[in-house]
Design a protein around this ligand. Structure first.
Ligand SMILES: Nc1nc2c(c(=O)[nH]1)N[C@H]1C(S)=C(S)[C@@H](COP(=O)(O)OP(=O)(O)OC[C@H]3O[C@@H](n4cnc5c(=O)[nH]c(N)nc54)[C@H](O)[C@@H]3O)O[C@H]1N2
Ligand SMILES: Nc1nc2c(c(=O)[nH]1)N[C@H]1C(S)=C(S)[C@@H](COP(=O)(O)OP(=O)(O)OC[C@H]3O[C@@H](n4cnc5c(=O)[nH]c(N)nc54)[C@H](O)[C@@H]3O)O[C@H]1N2
Ligand code: SF4
Ligand SMILES: [Mo]
Length: 681
């Protein structure tokens, strides 16, 4: 029996794996506090890829004459990759090789991948899919609080708040076991506010539901700030003692009266007024954002505006109150602290700070000057592949780019321009199918490693079964390549030793793991960072005394509403938004292959008024077009979505042929959540 955690989302539900004969079964782990034994459908079926007939168990190499993938040995595959990388680097310099990581990789893998890129390859061209997930919330939290830990408090704290505002989160489908906290909050007399263009299963639980047009969460926050100020409901004492910048925000919201907000967002002015009154009268308010609010070209500013609301009410740092972002991927949090982000070194250090470079270079045993500088953000990295100043080889670990990148046709074209595409994966994902070399790797239950959940709690996934013959761990793949590239330092493959090194590399950084070790995690059911020393208890709650800026104060930031990069017009008169359904995970590479999860394919969710207007019925095929592409899929006619908006899940090829690749200028986040489209029967 092995206590571990689910391979998927950032809730990282605890589970027990029981091996009986050759069968690996998922069972409860009731004592783990985050999910108390509960799992969603994806968690219960997570062992389905074990022994699956599509599981990759030998490397694949594209045959030069036939152009087809064929089975190869590990030495042949790794030698080939190393030879071609060496040649490219000699001809075109280290930045001709790029690396793309994933927020599902363990801390050990993320750390090792960042180190591999900077030391073994010497390239600045590394980023990861967390850029498409968490980056807007991260840049806003860094700006406002001086630190980015998704939730600065344990998730269970939301049960004790008085008003919980969920901005663009469909928690009941994206983290189902967490919905219990919403139910308990209401049982405790708390009030739940949900803001979403769709009346989701999460919104069905709400006491207040606001249904704005996609991309208008920012003016909603400005309107609330305007009303709170007008009502004298701003926490003046807190603002004076713990923050700076309120006066500028106060001035900037003076013209955002509720009728103007209504014109922009479609949310009735009386509803906004009622919400402002409720917030003004509540003792404790918690605001949580997720991808609905963040995946926009103004995602960073939107989060900043909602943080302004929380600060104006005097909440961050108080018990059972404040602001948090609901991180998405299993290790979305740890991934952005320790490795593959283009501007960072371990411990959430910045790669262009001399002291940070010196510290990390010392741990790695290389000269600081040998470390490259800051690289491109995810979309920019992918969109320059194969161009004159872009990379010519790409190594992918833990992302299915051609399904999940915005404007995916464009990106698939870029991958086609590469001299070498290498993908390490468990299955032949749509991206792996395009690769020159595919490396089969172990999956979660077959290896050990830590991840950091949405609360900043570092937890341990332990190996429960041996991997199939023929696969290697990502750590072994990196070590094998580093050796073949004549890397001056050796790459460790033992996760526990890598974690100890990560602790040293993160020591003194913002995300300090130095005091955490595997045994402590086992004994204490996870440890919240920062945890700088072995005798430090970890930090479940941040900001109780001060914020992470040098002066200890949080920053109010005044922001403006610009609106979506692609507004609707006569040719494309509807908003297209995209997101998730309960049964599938991300690009679907894993969950679409599970026989116990219903695979119904993509659909186009629309309101009956729209269906009537275009002359279609539930289940009939419709065509969605945008300036970038089209998708044919069945209509799903529901009266829970705004009549001016359609929704398509992105777990299947297609949704991202439609989406816009416009980026948030601060975070590099693409505008997955809104673009202009047309729909016809
Ligand atoms: N079942 C399932 N669960 C998952 C995942 C998965 O793939 N499947 N992925 C995990 C990951 S990586 C992530 S990032 C999280 C994401 O978790 P969520 O953010 O909860 O998921 P999404 O479905 O992307 O978006 C949430 C909601 O945003 C709404 N929305 C769209 N546009 C707007 C807008 O402009 N404003 C507002 N306020 N809302 C808008 C959508 O209607 C949707 O209901 O889920 C994690 N959990
Ligand atoms: N339209 C639209 N697009 C979106 C979003 C949206 O809301 N709308 N959301 C965005 C968000 S928030 C995210 S997080 C991304 C996610 O999208 P992707 O980056 O595509 O994430 P996954 O589908 O989880 O891809 C993980 C891949 O790695 C493999 N894998 C799993 N574990 C491991 C491992 O340990 N090692 C290796 N080497 N491989 C592994 C899996 O089999 C799979 O092929 O999509 C983004 N794209
Ligand atoms: S909620 Fe997330 S972590 Fe929990 S079982 Fe479902 S996918 Fe796994
Ligand atoms: Mo995500």
């Amino acid at each position: 029996m092995t206590k571990t955690h689910c391979p998927y989302c950032s809730l990282q539900c605890g589970m027990t794996l029981q091996l009986t004969g050759r069968t690996l079964a998922v069972q409860e782990w009731r004592e783990f506090p985050v999910n108390e034994g509960a799992l969603c459908r994806k968690g219960w079926t997570a062992t389905g890829l074990r022994g699956h007939r599509e599981r990759l168990t030998s490397p694949l190499v594209r045959d030069r004459t036939s152009g087809e993938l064929r089975i190869a040995g590990w030495d042949e595959a790794l030698d080939l990759v190393a030879d071609r990388l060496r040649m490219l680097r000699a001809e075109r310099g280290p930045d001709s090789v790029a690396v793309f990581g994933g927020g599902g990789l363990t801390n050990e893998k993320a750390y090792q991948l960042g180190k591999f890129a900077r030391v073994a390859l010497g390239t600045s061209q590394i980023d990861y899919n967390g850029r498409w997930c968490m980056s807007s919330a991260a840049s806003a939290a860094n700006r406002a609080f001086g630190i980015d830990r998704g939730l600065p408090f344990p998730l269970v704290d939301i049960e004790q708040t008085d008003v919980l505002v969920l901005v663009g989160s469909n928690l009941a489908e994206t983290m189902p076991p967490a919905a219990r906290h919403l139910d308990r909050l209401r049982a405790n007399g708390g009030h739940l506010v949900v803001i979403d263009p769709r009346l989701t299963p999460t919104a069905e639980r709400a006491d207040t539901f606001l249904q704005p047009a996609p991309g208008t969460d920012l003016p909603l926050a400005l309107g609330l700030l305007h009303l709170l100020d007008a009502a004298g409901a701003v926490a003046e004492e807190y603002v004076a003692a713990r923050t700076v910048g309120w006066d500028e925000v106060r001035r900037s919201v003076s013209a955002w009266w509720p009728e103007r907000v209504e014109r922009v967002s479609g949310v009735p002015a009386p509803d906004l007024r009622a919400l402002a009154v409720r917030l003004a009268n509540a003792d404790r308010v918690t605001v949580l954002t997720a991808r609905g609010a963040e995946q926009h070209t103004q995602g960073t500013d939107t989060v900043l505006a909602w943080i302004d609301v929380a600060l104006a009410l005097g909440m961050p740092g108080r018990e059972s109150a404040g602001y948090g972002a609901l991180t998405g991927q299993g290790n979305g949090q740890g991934g952005r602290e320790h490795g593959p982000k283009s501007d960072q070194l371990p411990g959430y250090r910045l790669i262009d700070e001399p002291a940070a470079r010196e510290h990390v270079a010392r741990v790695w045993g290389v000269p600081p000057a040998s470390l490259p500088g800051k690289g491109r953000s995810a979309y920019e990295l992918l969109d320059t592949l194969g161009t004159e100043d872009g990379a010519r080889a790409l190594l992918v670990f833990g992302s299915n780019i051609v399904v999940s990148a915005p404007n995916a046709t464009q990106i698939a074209g870029r991958l086609g321009e590469l001299d070498l595409l290498v993908v390490a994966d468990l299955v032949l994902s749509e991206t792996a199918a395009l690769a020159d070399v595919v490396l089969p790797v172990t999956q979660w239950a077959e290896e050990t490693g830590t991840v950091t959940n949405l609360e900043g709690r570092v937890i341990l996934r332990e190996r429960a079964v041996s991997p199939p013959d023929g696969v290697r761990t990502d750590l072994e793949v990196l070590a094998g390549l580093a050796e073949r590239l004549n890397c001056p330092i050796e790459f460790e493959t033992d996760p526990e030793r890598i974690f100890a090194e990560l602790g040293r590399a993160s020591a003194g950084g913002r995300a300090d793991y130095a005091g955490i070790d595997y045994q402590r995690i086992r004994d204490e059911q996870g440890i919240f960072w920062p945890c700088p020393r072995a005798d430090h208890p970890g930090t479940p709650r941040l900001f109780t005394e001060s914020f992470a800026h040098d002066d200890g104060r949080a920053r109010f930031v005044a922001v403006e509403h610009r609106g979506p990069a692609e507004p609707i017009d006569a040719d494309y008169p509807l908003h297209l938004t995209t997101g998730r359904v309960l049964a599938h995970y991300q690009s679907g590479a894993q969950t679409r292959r599970m026989k116990d999860l219903l695979d119904e394919g993509p659909f186009v969710e629309m309101h009956p008024i729209l269906a009537l207007r275009i002359g279609t019925y539930d289940g009939e095929p419709v065509v969605v077009t945008t300036r970038r592409g089209e998708l044919k899929a069945p209509a799903r006619v529901v009266d829970t979505i705004r009549p001016d908006t359609v929704f398509v899940p992105f777990h299947w090829v297609g949704a991202n042929r439609l989406t816009n690749d416009a980026l948030d200028p601060v975070s590099g986040m693409p505008e997955f959540k809104v673009c202009a489209c047309a729909v016809r029967a």
